[in-house]
Design a protein around this ligand. Structure first.
Ligand code: A4P
Ligand code: MG
Length: 184
């Protein structure tokens, strides 16, 4: 089993909902256990055009080798209508392998750690939210790169606090069921 981190991004269609659905899709794979998911962030497009993105990071455990995990990511992207008309085009869903255990991979179609992850607030901020003390293979602490990307706009999307099963939508969290939902 290997711990891996995926970066999820979308800025076409109902991008925020797509991220949620994609996490469910990942969790349904028998080869994957989703261990944690960051908040969803609204982010300015970097080196790209189009609408704002929604981004998040997922930590998972998988029995898949890295290349098979990449194939699965591409398969899920396709299920969500991903097209690639040109580089960095707006997309319904992008799944990037940020980290795969402590592996360093440098092949034609798979580079891990993801080569641009330390230049992107939309990766670093959710990643450090999940793992404040994360060490990147051969690069040091993930949080040490955040100051360099401080000019990239990123804001956490507030999760809805309404409570499932409370008819009044009440805020008495001492008696309300614990299954909160982020209900858009
Ligand atoms: N590939 C190589 N290594 C990996 C990896 N670790 N994970 C190859 C996933 N794929 C990897 O990917 C292009 C090629 O990279 C594939 O053939 C794959 O085999 P792609 O999914 O077609 O496109 P991509 O992910 O957009 O490419 P890339 O080069 O990873 O783009 P970047 O640098 O990640 O930029 N702004 C905001 N705010 N939010 C975003 O999510 N994303 C990008 C994409 C630009 N600006 C953005 C965002
Ligand atoms: Mg990608």
């Amino acid at each position: 089993m290997t711990i891996a981190y995926l970066g999820l991004g979308a800025n076409l269609g109902d991008a925020r909902q797509t991220l949620k659905d994609a996490v469910v899709c990942l969790a349904q794979q028998h080869t994957i256990t989703v261990l944690a998911k960051s908040s969803v962030y609204r982010t300015a497009p970097i080196d790209a055009s189009g609408d704002d993105y929604f981004n998040c990071v997922v930590k998972l455990e998988t029995s898949l080798p890295a290349r098979a995990l990449l194939r699965l990511c591409h398969h899920i992207e396709l299920q969500f209508g991903r097209e690639r008309p040109y580089r960095n085009a707006p997309r319904t869903l992008d799944l990037d392998i940020l980290l795969y255990g402590a592996s360093s991979i440098d092949e034609a179609d798979l580079v891990v750690p993801h080569p641009r992850m330390t230049q992107r607030a939309f990766v670093l901020v959710p990643l450090v939210e999940l793992e404040p003390d994360l060490i990147l293979p051969q690069r040091g602490r993930a949080d040490s790169f955040i100051a360099d990307v401080a000019d990239q706009r990123i804001e956490k999307v507030a999760a809805c606090q309404c409570m499932v099963g409370t008819p009044s939508g009440g805020t008495d969290t001492s008696t309300a069921p614990s299954n909160k939902t982020d209900c858009r």
